[in-house]
Write a protein that binds this ligand. Sequence first.
Ligand code: LLP
Length: 415
Amino acid sequence: MSNNPEYRNGKIIFDGIDICDAASEFNTPAYIYSRKMIEDNWLEYDLAFGGYKHLVCYAVKANSSLAVLNIMAKLGAGFDIVSLGELERVIAAGGDPKKILFSGVGKSYTEIKRALELGIKCINIESEAELERVNAIAIEMNLRAPISLRVNPDVDPKTHPYVSTGLKQSKFGVDIDLAFSVYKRAAQMDGIAITGIDCHIGSQLTDDSPYFDALKRVMNLYSKLTAEGIEISHIDMGGGIGICYQDESIPNIKIYIEKMVAMVEESGAELIIEPGRSIVGNAGLLLTKVEYIKKGDEKSFAIVDAAMNDLMRPSLYSSWQNIIPATETDADEDTYDIVGPVCESGDFLGKDRKLRIKQGDILAVCSAGAYGFSMSSNYNSRPRAVELMIDNNSVRVIRKRETVAELFANETIID
Ligand code: LLP
């Protein structure tokens, strides 16, 4: 099932809003999100657990706008963070520190200290060296740090190599075969309180069977640990459920969650997940204007005002995202590469797209709510786009368009 917005009377209506109107009012490039779709996606996960003890921790990196985080916080979500910046964003947005998990392979002294000060739910430890550091900081602070070990279960998530994280050759986590001895060491540490087992095998998974393989291995470890007297109160299976960008079939969320609950149930451990993309991905569009049409012998280009700095996924991973005109027109159909103004041949949003478009038209890049704005940059000294949220049939600015002055406000010229 594709999640493209529909045309009504020749115009794209996204969550009740004519996106052409939004583009002319707020200018382009612009990210536009639907509050309702974000909420519905989160609730779909939350409700799927039935009465079983769980926590849905939104992966902040997918879209870290304060308004998005605040919507999650109001729903009662937990948060999966990977940096001090994400931590402070969650707090500023009203998130509950007791529902925050801290993942990532390179947590600094300052980051760990701040997380412990705030009393977060759990630090997902990714190496023995990190375990030592967390222990030392906790002892300094005279407390015990709640931790889980991120185990690497060596299962193939069958996704893009850049977002595949659960194989032995990956930098993430601790080899599941070594995890038992690391847990035993952790159990001896004065600054450590073991609370969980964590695992995240990859992103944009279109098949859920790797999760069940991974969970089987995690539950084996769970049994070994409890037999050793090491208590585990939660199992965290990470994020990674994919979305439909083109024609992918996506696992049914309810069935996926129910299957995992069935595997964990007997233990009574709390089941945690960390979805990002599947909550915000299809709840967002990137709106961009056609600046020029350039027709050549071999290729035709639609040069638009959004670029790889605004949406990096096509350039970085050769990702395919649907691109559709905001208004149906009778312009001649042609096959275009949709490219931005950045001075790189890799600056494209889509290639070989059959479209009826002309100069000045607004295009919508679909499925842009996840890893769109959050991965954007100022390359070519381009201010970052405005972010808009549709809330109850009105469009609100949730992040102003950056100004050119802001781009170099922190810079100094030396003599
Ligand atoms: N938990 C951890 C520890 C993660 O590393 C990630 C994503 C998630 C949860 C959320 O995964 P999701 O549900 O969003 O798949 N920039 C790439 C995706 C990178 C994902 C990194 N980790 C992209 O645009 O496809």
